[in-house]
Design a protein around this ligand. Structure first.
Ligand code: AMP
Ligand code: ZN
Length: 113
């Protein structure tokens, strides 16, 4: 996707502060962190949102969660963390490339909206 911000990050056209990378998955620090640790985990393949995940993506999406677990361990989030996905307009999704937010490093509030 030519106009997609996160595809540009995948291609290296826009810099990012990477914390994890493999053939299919990239994770980098959020530019506007909402917690001491705020990482975005994305598939390198362009998937617009959680609502566009197809059956063929199931293994990839599953693996994203083992990557999140690894990053949480690397970041020393022993006390837990939060994984967030904003999906679509009402979900508050700003960047239309699937991403999971990994937040931690402090006791997070309970607000969901
Ligand atoms: P969402 O509202 O779920 O679509 O979240 C998009 C996230 O991307 C926000 O938390 C932004 O701070 C973050 N973001 C936007 N541009 C960049 C960038 N160039 N590098 C890292 N994070 C970004
Ligand atoms: Zn994209």
């Amino acid at each position: 996707m030519e106009d997609c911000l996160f595809c540009k990050i995948v291609k290296g056209e826009i810099p990012s502060n990477k914390v994890y990378e493999d053939d299919e998955i990239l994770a980098f620090k959020d530019i506007n962190p909402k917690a001491p640790v705020h990482i975005l985990i994305i598939p390198k393949k362009h998937i617009s949102s959680a609502n566009e995940i197809e059956e063929i993506d199931e293994a990839l999406i599953g693996r994203m969660f083992t990557v999140i677990k690894k990053i949480a361990k690397d970041m020393d989030l022993k006390n837990g963390y939060r994984i967030i996905n904003n999906c679509g307009e009402d979900g508050g999704q700003e960047v239309k490339h699937l991403h999971f937010h990994l937040l931690g490093g402090k006791k997070l509030g309970i607000s969901m909206c």
